[in-house]
Structures are given as structure tokens and as C-alpha cells.
Design a protein. Structure first.
Length: 417
């Protein structure tokens, strides 16, 4: 951890411990959240758990001064965001590493997506080889984007969401206790659990190809919604669910410019539909992605206009009652660092980002100088008129452990002024 972050981290811990001690003994009330029925998909979601809410303090109690007056060194003014997979052999090791390097800058932390999960949906799709309703249509070894296996629904069979197990619930049952212990050991009980949610269209497309995805997407939607519900029952109502959508952004990058606005609106509904069909009060982030299989991108951009079109379409159609905490956008692309050309970022001035939605800029990279990345940070800040959160373009699981740690350390450096 850079020295300045270590100092802030220590002081922030001290303040949080004082705050928790001061809050001890106060009465609490519970705020009930409702439930939403995903009737369009035939899935009924259970009511969300009740969340405690602290009563206002007694007016007679002495008021503490603002946080910035208590600290000799201000807490970081810039957040970091972790996209998904992290270096570490176990969830405990991955979370501990993230909090060691980026602790004061993080609001949420994923479980590291360790082991085979570091390859995103590859183990999910490989696990469908034995599904009784599917058969292999095209073999593939995942060595490149044109060498992926594809399946089809067997003749006379139907595919149902109830028969699909993407493995996230079982993984969270194992990883969440490790996450809780790691955040307590780091003195950050306020950090929330972040769960990656591959988009249902993305899962269907990579499994069945374009035609099969259009015919059978509903099963993947049902399976995804069930996993969001079941994970939330384990991890709690403050969990941040990050919807991950490379197919949508890559399709836009490959489409003719004239077709992009209409296509963006169609693709955005695939993203916002998941949020709309989830329980009221569920918190979301959106991770726009260019692909990162084997640390190689699937799509490229000559400028960020496809990204802006898709983000605006998602923001415009985002459903009421579903908190969108953060929008993440890739500016680097797998092994390729972000462009230094200001013109590449110029379309960001047309991004209609609400003030309460954080924006995570995915440009932290191990093969670019700190000075160059500070220049990129300034360009993005100026175009959006805000301090953006710092992130990599995607999860770090396809990099070596050394390279992944270097990206985390660079992220910490970019969170400093």
C-alpha cells in the first residue's frame, strides 16, 4: 500500500472504531422493503430481508465534528472499484490482498472469483456439457473467440431456468464467510459484498450462439434471477450485484454507426430487464466490457461513442426502485492500455450520468506509465465534471498474479491526488 494510503487507512480505522463505540446502545428501527414479481419471466421473487436502521441520535448527545476535521490527513477523495476476479488462491487471500492495497478506497469487494471462476463464464458453459437437454453443436477449447464450444437444445426437449445452475450460489456459500472474516480482520466491516452477474443475454449467446440465444434466452433470464435472489438471501440486502455485459458493448462496436443508437436501446433493455425483474431495493452496478478471455479483448473502439450510447440507453431505461450505484466503463482493453489521445474520450461529454451514480473508469494498467495514466484520469475527470472512481478494464484473473497485483497497486496510486 502506498505510504499516503497507509496513513489514511490507519486514521480511518481509528475513526470508524470510535464511531462504532459511540453508536453502541442506541435503539434501532427496521425499514421493510417489499418484493417484486418477475411476472414477465414467470419467476416470483421472495421479499427482501429487513434491514436495521439506526434512529437519529439524542439531540442532547454532543455532536462529533465532521470527519475531515478529525483527520490530520484527509481520507481518499477518489474511490476504487474492483471489477471481479482478483489475485489469490482463495477468497480469503483475494479479499485480504484487495483490502491491504486499496482498503480506504473501496466501498465494495468481490470474493475474488478464485480457482476456475477466474475465467468468468467458461466453467459455467463447460458445465453444461452433461446437461440432459443440451447437446454439443460445435466443439471448442476456448483458445480464442472463434474456438468456443456451442450447444443446442436437443430435439424434442425444452430448456428451463430451473434446470440451469450457474454455480454462483454454491460459490458464495463457501466464499461469503471468508469475505466476512477478511473484512473484519482489515477493520472494514462497512465494505459490502459484491457479486458478479453475467448478463443473461451474454450467457445465452456464448452457450447457444445468436440464433439459439434468441430462441431460448428466457431460461437464462430465469436462472440468473433465481441466483440473484438466492445469493442475496445469503449475503444480505446491501449486496452490490454487478451486471456484466461484454456482448452488448462488443455488438455496438461492430455495428455501423448509423445503426448504433437504435441497437443501443434494444441492448440496454437486456440489461435493465434483469434489474426490473429483481426484488425491490436490490442494488446494482453495471460493468460494460470489451471481453477479456485469455487477457485478449473481443471488441475495440476507435473512440468511446459506442460506450456512451450504451451507457446512456441503460441509464435512460433504468427501472424505478432499483438502485444503480455505479457504471463501469472500459478504456483499456485486456492486454492493451488505454489511448492517450484526447479525441478518443471526447464523446464522454455526452454521457448523461446522474449525480448519484458513480462512474468507474477502467484504465488502470500494468504496462503504461503512471504519468500517462494520470493524464488519462484528468481527461476523463474534466469531460465528466467529476472525480471518477479508478478501475481496471475487467477482472484480473486472466493475468499473472504479479501483473494483477501491479494493477491493484497502480489503482491505489491513481486514487491519490
Amino acid at each position: 500500500m502506498p505510504a499516503i494510503l497507509r496513513m489514511r487507512w490507519s486514521k480511518r480505522n481509528t475513526h470508524e472504531q470510535q464511531s462504532r463505540a459511540s453508536a453502541a446502545g442506541r435503539t434501532g428501527s427496521e425499514a421493510k422493503s417489499g418484493c417484486a414479481a418477475a411476472s414477465q419471466y414467470g419467476v416470483t421473487l421472495a421479499p427482501t430481508a429487513q434491514r436495521p436502521c439506526t434512529d437519529p441520535r439524542d439531540p442532547a448527545e454532543p455532536q462529533r465534528p465532521p470527519l475531515h476535521q478529525l483527520l490530520e490527513v484527509p481520507v481518499p477523495e477518489r474511490d476504487a472499484h474492483l471489477v471481479g476476479s482478483l489475485p489469490g488462491a482463495t477468497p480469503a487471500a483475494a479479499v485480504a490482498t484487495a483490502l491491504e492495497i486499496l482498503g480506504p478506497c473501496l466501498r465494495s469487494v468481490p470474493d475474488g472469483e478464485t480457482g476456475v471462476r477466474r475465467n468468468w463464464i467458461i466453467p459455467i458453459i463447460d458445465g453444461l456439457r452433461t446437461h440432459p437437454d443440451l447437446e454439443l453443436r460445435k466443439p471448442g477449447d476456448w483458445s480464442d473467440y472463434d474456438k468456443t464450444p456451442q450447444f443446442r437444445v436437443r430435439k424434442g426437449r425444452r430448456l428451463y431456468g430451473a434446470s440451469l445452475d450457474f454455480g454462483h450460489v454454491e460459490a458464495v456459500r463457501e466464499s461469503f464467510p471468508q469475505f466476512e472474516r477478511a473484512r473484519e480482520a482489515a477493520g472494514r466491516p462497512d465494505v459490502v459484498f459484491q457479486e458478479g452477474v453475467p448478463g443473461d443475454l451474454d450467457l445465452a449467446m456464448f452457450t447457444l450462439g445468436p440464433v439459439g440465444a434468441l430462441r431460448h434466452r428466457r431460461a437464462f433470464t430465469e436462472g440468473t434471477l433465481a441466483e440473484i435472489r438466492d445469493v442475496k438471501s445469503i449475503t444480505g440486502t446491501d449486496t452490490l450485484f454487478q451486471i456484466e455485459v461484454p456482448v452488448e458493448l462488443v455488438l455496438l462496436t461492430k455495428a455501423p454507426a448509423a445503426a448504433r443508437p437504435a441497437l443501443a436501446r434494444v441492448l440496454a433493455r437486456a440489461v435493465t430487464g434483469l434489474a426490473a425483474a429483481s426484488a425491490d431495493g436490490t442494488r446494482f452496478a453495471v460493468h460494460l466490457c470489451l471481453g477479456d478471455m485469455n487477457n485478449r479483448a473481443y471488441g475495440t473502439m476507435t473512440d468511446v461513442s459506442p460506450l456512451v450510447l450504451l451507457a446512456n440507453a441503460i441509464l435512460h431505461s433504468w427501472p424505478e426502485g432499483r438502485a444503480l450505484d455505479l457504471m463501469h466503463a472500459p478504456f483499456a482493453a485486456a492486454d492493451q492500455p488505454a489511448s492517450l489521445a484526447p479525441a478518443f474520450y471526447a464523446p464522454l461529454r455526452d454521457l448523461h450520468l446522474p449525480p448519484d451514480v458513480r462512474f468507474a473508469a477502467g484504465f488502470a494498467h500494468e504496462s503504461q506509465t503512471l504519468d500517462d495514466q494520470r493524464r488519462i484520469r484528468t481527461i476523463i475527470d474534466d469531460l465528466l465534471g467529476r472525480r471518477v472512481a479508478i478501475a481496471a478494464a475487467c477482472g484480473l484473473g486472466r493475468r499473472s498474479e504479479t501483473a494483477a497485483r501491479a494493477v491493484l497497486e497502480r489503482t491505489a496510486e491513481l486514487c491519490e491526488n
